[in-house]
Ligand binder design. Structure first.
Ligand code: SF4
Ligand code: SF4
Length: 385
């Protein structure tokens, strides 16, 4: 294991961390074996967001007697109120307090190293936390010693930057992989893709907004925790990778660790073998870790694949076409086991694929020839609306 300092917290974290999401609903022996394998390989950063009682009890039991070996990131705002007992997000302070108290009780711990504000992606999220009594509660928890440092997780560079500028954050967890980093924002797509092809080795293909965020974290000593480093498995898949060939787990880890301010990457493991696969990164040569060739060209079949740019808007039905495609692509990976979180985010969209009136306006504007109408129909089939 290699270790880095997590920004201004001064905490020494293993560069490969542990996400506990996929240990949910697993038998205790699998939870214990996975966590202990990670511990044996020097993993010491744990991200633990799920609100379920059994999940928390199992993780707590697996680390019992080893609390001092772990830097634990626990999440506020993640609750279990959905009628199907799936995780849910709320900014309701009273409800959050209940789940937060439960966290310590079920995990049987006295404090978390990082108290993380879960899924801060929109202006509404920002206002509900930073412009309300919510943040006062978080600061009091820090004073009381149940939170050592304040963190937040986000997939939105603009909101992440805004949170950092409050001066209250010590740690940011952000989705980082070459697929997300190189999706063009402002520049015409064709130009951006050519630029990726020729300049990725100089790190010029990264979206300016995201690059600025990483630099801001470095300059403000915000510890950056990378999540989604495998892009929900898409980057490893010959079918879904946007690049000319799939990356390996080691290359994805290396890419994230190469970004400024990143101290650790958090990967969700379902079993011991997944941990071993990730920590094998430390046995790899520089050549094996090298991702530059894999991402130096986009896939030949790039046409027809949505890059989530929303250049096809406006839509008369006010559908966020990029967001629908983002969730659809993840759902396509395992249609029988669509992750709860993906269903939740899809459900939270203001308008759904079922609102599509098949006007075709988006297909005329999309520079990548995406068959949006057919995809909307497929999304209705997979998500139910
Ligand atoms: S359908 Fe085309 S224009 Fe719309 S988000 Fe996807 S790639 Fe961009
Ligand atoms: S075809 Fe559907 S998704 Fe595309 S612009 Fe028309 S209503 Fe919106």
């Amino acid at each position: 294991m290699e270790y880095r300092i997590l920004g201004k917290t001064g905490l020494k974290v293993g560069t490969v961390g542990l996400g506990t999401e996929f240990l949910d609903k697993k038998p205790y022996n699998i939870v214990e074996e996975t966590i202990h394998t990670a511990m044996e390989h020097g993993v010491n950063f744990m991200d633990n967001f799920l609100p379920g009682e059994q999940n928390r009890i199992n993780v707590g039991k697996a680390i019992a007697g080893h609390r001092d070996k772990w830097i634990i990131q626990g999440h506020l705002c993640c609750t279990e109120l959905d009628k199907n007992n799936q995780f849910d997000i709320t900014r309701d302070l009273d409800i959050c307090k209940r789940f937060w108290d439960d966290y310590f009780k079920f995990m049987d711990i006295d404090y978390v190293d990082i108290g993380n504000l879960f899924f801060m992606d929109t202006e509404e999220d920002y206002k509900a936390v930073f412009e309300s009594e919510f943040i006062e509660y978080v600061l009091k928890e820090k004073e009381r010693g149940r939170i050592r440092y304040i963190g937040a997780s986000s997939h939105n560079a603009k909101i992440a930057k805004k949170m950092i500028e409050t001066g209250l954050l010590d740690v940011l967890m952000f989705s980082i992989n070459p697929g997300y980093d190189m999706l063009p924002t402002e520049m015409p797509l064709g130009q951006a893709i050519r630029q990726v092809t020729t300049e990725v080795k100089k790190n010029q293909g990264v979206q300016p907004e995201r690059k600025t965020l990483y630099d801001l974290c470095a300059s403000r000593e915000i510890g950056l925790v990378a999540m989604k480093v495998l892009g929900a498995g898409k980057l490893l898949s010959p079918e879904f990778t946007p690049f000319h060939r799939p990356l390996t787990v080691g290359q994805c880890i290396h890419y994230a660790l190469d970004r400024p301010a990143v101290s650790t990457v958090v990967i969700g493991y379902e079993c011991r073998e997944h941990v071993l696969d990730a920590v094998n990164y430390f046995n790899q040569s520089d050549d094996e870790r090298d991702y530059t060739d894999a991402i130096s060209e986009y896939h030949n079949n790039f046409m027809g694949q949505c890059v989530y740019c929303n250049h096809c808007l406006p839509c008369p039905s006010e559908i966020d076409i990029a967001a629908v495609h983002r969730y659809l692509d993840i759902a396509r990976l395992k249609p029988q086991e669509i992750p709860h979180g993906v269903r939740h985010h899809y459900a939270a969209l203001k308008n759904h694929a079922s609102n599509c009136i098949e006007c075709g306006s988006c297909e005329n504007k999309c520079p990548f020839g995406v068959k949006v109408i057919g995809n909307m129909r497929e999304a209705v089939e997979l998500f139910g609306n």
